[in-house]
Write a protein that binds this ligand. Structure first.
Ligand code: ATP
Ligand code: MG
Length: 438
């Protein structure tokens, strides 16, 4: 993409009430624009990152055996009356009436809809296990939308739903999602620690929140230091094997937030092994058994002739929130530092003297070569001062910059800058292209 023809409305000033750095940087870098409280338009740069994050989530869900569907944003209130949640959900639910005076709502989550889809066609244990997921906009009328896309009212969520014959099978489905989450967040360059979460009135011990450690997180997190450094198991896990030891290992390295009251478990971690940090919840997984299948009569026949409610779990990832979390975890005073896997472009080509025949030719060559290699280049061909171009490149955080100026070029060289480290090298264009993979 040529910057002169792109739509990148960077901001010099951000509103004074913008509190956290990711929100400031997303506005300044022209990624998003607020249309109403907690409701954002995604501008081209932001949309490219959103799609990359979404695609990583999708690939890891697919790898773990989940199957993608797309459920509507608008749902019938009657389904929520069946599950008993319509009244209980409260003011966070956006309720809508259509021209026939039917009650609809903008889905804050989709347990009811997916259970309705399931019960219409699955009747036997032979069709299990099944895990259906979708990546769809949700609406929650949050009391205090804030921190940009971190706590929006309209936000993009990946929500998966598992269906199993019994609790033991459901635990296997749960464990797959647990491992898929470790891999998903690691691919985005994040350190996300799984934390045993409160299951509330439903009971059971199967719920984990995945928390990205970042100074500006909404919750105070305490965790075992090894948990942070542990990394992800990677794609080669035996998905059909027993994942329980892996889940147990991560869970034993205890993590807690200040709202959680499992003090005993926390005390059990030797003081030298704790570290305290702040965190952002990017995912939440949950086993809830028959909570929806029972009232909604989603039954399956078992091999022994029984007919009982299916066992379900749900697994959420805050896709749009992840952009804020990634920026919180990866930025400096000049702007965003995108991890390679989610960067909106792979390489910036910066022309320090647009209109100079030699500079233009070298930049065009670099731009074409990078694109031909299947990478995405953003070419700053604008008629602007070098200082402004450097500032834009650093602000929007493209991992590698190839800087072409008349002085170096006369000696046959360009400059290559690595955004994350600030490291610069002067080298021939061909070598710079090779080192960015073109
Ligand atoms: P929170 O405690 O932050 O409100 P939650 O427990 O309500 O989260 P879930 O219902 O588990 O969230 O939703 C799954 C995921 O969706 C969360 O882990 C989070 O990443 C994301 N999410 C939830 N609410 C919002 C929001 N208002 N804006 C952006 N992302 C959100
Ligand atoms: Mg919430």
């Amino acid at each position: 993409m040529r910057l002169s023809r792109f739509f990148l409305p960077v901001l010099k000033e951000v509103p004074a009430d913008v509190q956290i750095v990711s929100h400031q940087l997303m506005l300044r870098a022209g990624m998003i624009r607020q249309e109403a409280a907690g409701i954002y338009a995604w501008l081209p740069l932001g949309l490219r990152v959103l799609k990359k994050v979404e695609q990583i989530v999708r690939e890891e869900m697919d790898r773990a055996g989940a199957i993608e569907i797309l459920m509507p944003t608008l749902q019938l209130a009657d389904l929520w009356r069946e599950s008993g949640r319509y009244e209980a959900y409260g003011d966070e639910m956006l309720r809508i009436t259509d021209r026939h005076k039917r009650d609809l709502l903008y889905g804050p989550t989709a347990e009811e809809v997916v259970t309705d889809i399931f019960r219409a066609s699955v009747k036997s244990y032979k069709d299990l296990p099944l895990n259906l997921y979708n990546i769809q906009w949700k609406f929650r009328d949050e009391r205090r939308p804030r921190f940009g896309v971190m706590r929006g009212r309209e936000f993009l969520m990946k929500d998966a739903y598992s269906f199993d014959l019994n609790e033991a099978d459901a635990r296997r489905s749960y464990n797959r999602m647990f491992v898929a989450y470790l891999n998903t967040f690691a691919r985005m360059g994040l350190k996300a620690v799984p934390m045993k979460a409160d299951t509330g009135p439903i009971g059971g011990d199967l719920s984990h929140e995945f928390i990205v450690l970042a100074e500006t997180g909404e919750s105070q997190v305490f965790c075992h230091k090894d948990l942070v450094e542990m990394g992800a198991p990677g794609p080669d896990v035996d998905w059909d094997g027993d994942l329980q030891p892996l889940v147990d290992q991560r869970t034993a390295l205890y993590a807690a937030t200040e709202e959680m009251h499992d003090a005993a478990a926390f005390e059990a971690v030797p003081e030298a092994d704790r570290l305290s940090a702040r965190g952002i919840e990017v995912g939440h997984i949950f086993y809830f058994g028959e909570k929806y299948s029972k009232p909604m009569k989603a039954n399956v026949a078992g091999p022994d002739g029984s007919n009982a409610p299916v066992h379900m779990g749900s697994y959420g990832v805050g896709v749009s929130r992840l952009l804020g979390a990634i920026i919180e975890a990866s930025h400096d005073e000049n702007g965003i530092i995108w991890p390679d896997a989610v960067a909106p472009y792979d390489v910036s080509v910066i022309n320090l003297r647009t209109g100079d025949a030699a500079c233009d030719a070298a930049c065009e060559q670099a731009y074409a070569a990078i694109n031909a290699a299947g990478k995405a280049a953003l070419y700053d061909d604008r008629d602007e001062r070098p200082g402004g171009k450097f500032a834009t490149a650093d602000l929007i955080g493209i991992p590698r910059q190839i800087v072409v100026g008349p002085k170096s070029l006369a000696e046959g060289n360009v400059e290559l800058k690595i955004r994350a480290t600030g490291e610069r090298s002067t080298l021939p264009l061909a070598d710079a292209l090779k080192s960015v993979g073109a």
